[in-house]
Ligand binder design. Structure first.
Ligand code: SAM
Length: 270
């Protein structure tokens, strides 16, 4: 995968030099080209932003330096890319978005700064993506999030291919609890089943814990899903278990209803 980023702060992408992403770049599995719109500024101050027409606070990125940077990247690359504008007004970024974008030969990520960018830049991108319903100082952190989330889906980038398919959001279930050494930490042990060496039972335990965790933390992920027969039964069984746990907790409190408890929630809240 070829990543290209149009950014006024290329130094923020030092994070892409380290860890799995850094190694993937060394191997040539991914490449990263950073280009500043400032290189396409035409005045002596190398201006890339200006006051908004109509007044208002802050500065706005001018269209010409950004679009010139995009065209420069097109020429250098030769092949196709998908241009993405980072904006809090875009479609929310999800694992499904990451899977779709990971299939592209190249991604060109355009980072805004200041109060944002001139509206006419929008015509020059294929889609607009938001990292979430909050406002960042610039698009760089969002671009890095997209690079990490997509790069780890590329063949060969993660050592163990299964890790990318087995975790939270790869399906619509959250990942089961994970443990590593030591077996006892400050009075807390680990579930016996994980030490049993019985792989089928461990798989079944993990699947149940995934369902449990999803029902407790993100029941919305299951809403409206068509579940197969096995999963339908499992969800019903875990729901019954959580409801029974809720009744026990309520009895322990003397039968009173805890006004702060969420329906179906147990003590395993994050
Ligand atoms: C301070 S923000 C400008 C927000 C703009 N005034 C608005 O209300 O849409 C500056 C830049 O940060 C980036 N940014 C901020 N929040 C973001 C988010 N949630 N997702 C993606 N990019 C974001 C965008 O590139 C944006 O142009």
């Amino acid at each position: 995968m070829r990543y290209e980023v149009v950014t006024l702060f290329p130094e923020l992408f030092a994070a892409a030099d380290v860890g799995i992403l850094g190694k993937a770049r060394e191997r040539g599995d991914v490449s990263l080209t950073l280009l500043s719109p400032r290189e396409f500024a035409t005045d002596k101050h190398r201006s890339v932003d200006d006051y908004p027409y109509g007044g208002g606070s802050g500065m706005v990125l001018m269209p010409a330096p950004v679009v010139d940077a995009l065209e420069h990247l097109d020429q250098a690359r030769g092949g196709p890319t998908r241009r993405i504008l980072l904006t809090p007004q875009g479609a929310p970024f999800t694992q499904r978005t990451a899977e779709r974008l990971a299939a592209q030969p190249a991604l060109t990520l355009v980072c805004g700064r200041y109060e944002g960018f001139d509206e006419r830049i929008r015509r020059h991108v294929d889609e607009e993506i938001s990292l979430g319903d909050f406002v960042l100082l610039g698009g760089e952190i969002a671009a890095l999030a997209i690079i990490e989330a997509t790069a780890r889906l590329l063949p060969g980038v993660l050592g163990n291919e299964r890790s990318a398919t087995d975790e939270s959001h790869a399906s619509f279930l959250l990942e089961y609890p994970q443990y590593t050494r030591p077996p006892e930490f400050r009075g807390q042990g680990i579930p016996d089943i994980l030490m049993s060496g019985h792989h089928a039972k461990i798989e079944a335990w993990r699947r149940r814990e995934s369902v449990k965790r999803t029902l407790q933390r993100r029941p919305d992920l299951l809403e409206g899903r068509e579940l197969d027969g096995e999963l339908t039964k499992l969800v019903a069984s875990v729901r019954a278990e959580l409801a029974a746990e809720e009744v026990t907790r309520s009895e322990d409190r003397g039968g009173g209803v805890d006004p702060t408890a969420k329906p179906g929630a147990s003590g395993d809240q994050p």
